[in-house]
Structures are given as structure tokens and as C-alpha cells.
Design a binder for this molecule. Structure first.
Ligand code: ATP
Length: 353
């Protein structure tokens, strides 16, 4: 299997270096026959190619089996006419990666104020309030007159049905509990469509318990009792905000792995940004990237029915648990180790499994 690896900006090269070592090790150990293809995007590509992402890169990704995208300095990329395209948006839209799966869980040794919890946010990735991706061309955020702006939120049955299906399928492998998050009291039409579609899909999964919360109340519930939730499904912007919260509640954004999945392609991507405040200092937590890689292997294993890929994902997750238990981790989650040393120890553990 060919996997394109894009380190990205900020802490990306540091965490990607660890992730590459982990994938090479697991490939050798379980005979996965992975071919890791290094590519560039973000600032590196802007300097070299005049654009943060290119059609040539997209073509290479399309003939590969998966992509791992490092964090991007999205905030720096403001003007598409100057090649400053948001790479996350680019791949999500061009590859139709409609489901953003963002797990968050506590670990006994990671300091957190929460009760132990293990949940996953399933976030719609291709429409909603995301003005740069919910129209075919152009942008749905409009400056009407100076000082007056409008931003449009697109919600469609098609996208709601497919994200609901992803969530219910995932819930079947977990605790069979789905929570719908919305703002139906205000966004009556659009969140009405979302809730109707979820109800339609729910009928196909009678053994799944379903509840729902208004997004603002959900923030309080998830902070108070995150252990009450298992699979949470919601629209794009609500899911973006909620999943950063749940990752941070688990101990650190540096633990937040994620997968962007469509029917044909998938992309592993840490849930956080490029963390410029700690970039280049060997401080970044590599587990978000490692977990994203494990999620991609799991997706490939399911899609192509390859048990050794499923086994690889399981092993990586087990080593993550072991490493955290042994406190062989970075400072953000209570450890003493650098990014590179955390990675070195992780690989040693993986080899020894
Ligand atoms: P960007 O502009 O790229 O979104 P940001 O700093 O605004 O960057 P994040 O990168 O998500 O947003 O970082 C938010 C906070 O979380 C920062 O203090 C950052 O150092 C911390 N953080 C993010 N990722 C990690 C990580 N892998 N390890 C440790 N700390 C992290």
C-alpha cells in the first residue's frame, strides 16, 4: 500500500518524523508492505511551487492508498490567488472526505480533571458553515458593504444521511449509543434536515440508543460528564469546536488523532494546528499523529479486508497505552521526554511486542 506523507508546518516535521518511524517499524514487523511517499504542502510548497498545494500533488494522492497530512499553518494562508490554499480544505473537498472521525479518551496516567471517558466525535466535513467548501466555486462568505458580512451555511440531505450512516456504523463497533448535536431551536430548517436524516438512519439500527442535545447545552454536559457519551454526530462547525474541547478534556490537544474518510479515500490528520508556539523545540506530542496513522491503517484494513492492517492499528494503540502508562511521553501530558525520545522509545516498544 502506498501512503503519501506530508509533514506540514510548525511542529509537523517533528511529529511526522516519529510517525514515519512508527509506520516503517510496523510495516516490517507485520509485513504490511507499506510504501511511504514523502511529499510537501503548506509553507514548503508555497516557497517551492508557488502554491501550498498543487494539482500534481493531488494526482499523486489519488493513485495512492492513503494520505497522512501534517498540521498546516492555515491561519497564514489568506489569499488563494497567491497560491495560499488551505491544504486541509483542499484534500477534504477534492477527495470528498466527508467524515471527520475524532476520538478522545482519558488515560489513567494523564492528568485531567475529568472522570475517565472514551468517546468519538463524528463531524461532517464537506458543508455546513465552512464557506470555503460549501459552494462549487467561489466562497459563500460575502462582504455586502464595508462592515456588513454574510456567511451561508449549507446543509443537504445527502451529506446528512452519509455522516449519520458513518456514525451509526461506528457506534455498532462501540457502545451502541449515538448522541446528535444540533441547534434546532434556532436553525429550524437546516438542523431540521440534519435531525430528520439521523432519525431515518437510526431506524436501520434499532439496537442503538439515540439521544440529542442542543450544541450550547452539550458543551456543559460534555465538560460535566464526558463519560455519558460514546459516539457523537454533528455538523461541520459544531463538530470542529466540540472535538477540540473533547481532545483537550482528555489531557492535551497533542493526543487528538483524527481520520478524514470518504468512500474511496482517507486521510489521517492530527486534530490540532501547527502549534507555532512550540515548533522546532522537540516538545510536541507525537501521539496525535501516531493515532491518526493507526486510524488510517484500521480504515485500510476494513476497506480491503486485510487482517494484518487491523492488527497493526491495534498494536499501535496498545503501545500508545503502554507508553502513556510508563510515562514515556512529552511534557504536555506529564512526561519528561522530547518528541524524538518519545518516538524512539515508542518504536522500541513496538519492536518488542
Ligand atoms: P494554528 O494557527 O496552526 O491553528 P494554534 O497554536 O492556533 O496553531 P494549535 O496548533 O491547535 O493552534 O495549538 C493550540 C495549543 O495546543 C497551543 O498551545 C499548542 O502548543 C498546543 N498543542 C497543539 N498541538 C500540540 C502537540 N502535538 N503537542 C503539544 N502541544 C500541542
Amino acid at each position: 500500500m502506498k501512503i503519501v506523507m506530508i509533514p506540514g508546518d510548525g511542529i509537523g516535521p517533528e511529529t511526522m518524523s516519529v510517525c514515519t518511524n512508527v509506520l516503517e517499524t510496523i510495516s516490517e514487523k507485520l509485513h504490511l508492505d507499506l510504501e511511504l511517499i514523502p511529499e510537501i504542502a503548506g509553507h514548503d510548497s508555497l516557497k517551492k511551487n508557488g502554491a501550498t498545494v498543487t494539482e500534481e500533488l493531488l494526482a499523486k494522492v489519488k493513485v495512492s492508498d492513503g494520505l497522512i497530512l501534517g498540521p498546516m499553518a492555515t491561519y497564514d494562508f489568506k489569499d488563494e490567488t497567491k497560491g495560499e490554499i488551505n491544504p486541509s480544505k483542499f484534500f477534504r473537498k477534492k477527495l470528498d472526505l466527508y467524515a471527520n472521525i475524532r476520538p478522545a479518551r482519558t488515560y489513567p496516567k494523564v492528568p485531567t480533571r475529568m472522570n475517565p471517558f472514551n468517546l468519538v466525535v463524528v463531524r461532517e466535513n464537506t458543508e455546513g458553515f465552512y464557506a470555503d467548501r460549501n459552494v462549487e466555486s467561489g466562497n459563500s462568505e460575502i462582504l455586502v458593504t464595508p462592515g456588513v458580512g454574510i456567511s451561508l451555511r449549507r446543509i443537504t440531505r445527502e451529506c446528512c444521511l452519509r455522516i449519520a450512516k458513518s456514525a451509526f456504523e461506528l457506534a455498532m463497533t462501540r457502545k451502541k449509543h449515538v448522541t446528535l448535536v444540533h441547534k434546532h431551536n434556532v436553525l429550524k430548517i437546516t438542523d431540521g434536515i440534519f435531525l430528520d436524516c439521523c432519525a431515518e438512519v437510526a431506524k436501520l439500527y434499532p439496537e442503538i440508543r439515540v439521544d440529542d442535545f442542543i450544541v450550547d447545552a452539550m458543551m456543559a454536559h460534555v465538560v460535566r460528564n464526558p463519560e455519558n457519551f460514546d459516539t457523537i454526530v454533528t455538523t461541520n462547525m459544531f463538530g470542529d469546536i466540540l472535538s477540540d474541547l473533547t481532545a483537550e478534556l482528555s489531557g492535551s490537544l497533542g493526543l487528538g488523532g483524527s481520520l478524514n474518510a470518504g468512500d474511496r479515500y482517507a486521510m489521517g490528520q492530527a486534530a490540532h494546528g501547527s502549534a507555532p508556539d512550540i515548533a522546532g523545540q522537540d516538545l510536541a506530542n507525537p501521539f496525535s499523529m501516531i493515532t491518526s496513522a493507526s486510524m488510517l491503517l484500521n480504515w485500510l484494513g476494513q476497506k480491503h479486508q486485510l487482517p494484518q492492517y487491523l492488527q497493526a492499528a491495534k498494536l499501535i494503540d496498545q503501545v500508545t497505552e503502554q507508553a502513556i502508562e510508563a510515562q514515556e511521553v512529552t511534557k504536555d501530558i506529564g512526561g519528561q521526554f522530547s518528541t524524538s525520545e518519545t518516538g524512539k522509545r515508542f518504536v522500541q516498544r513496538l519492536r518488542a511486542m
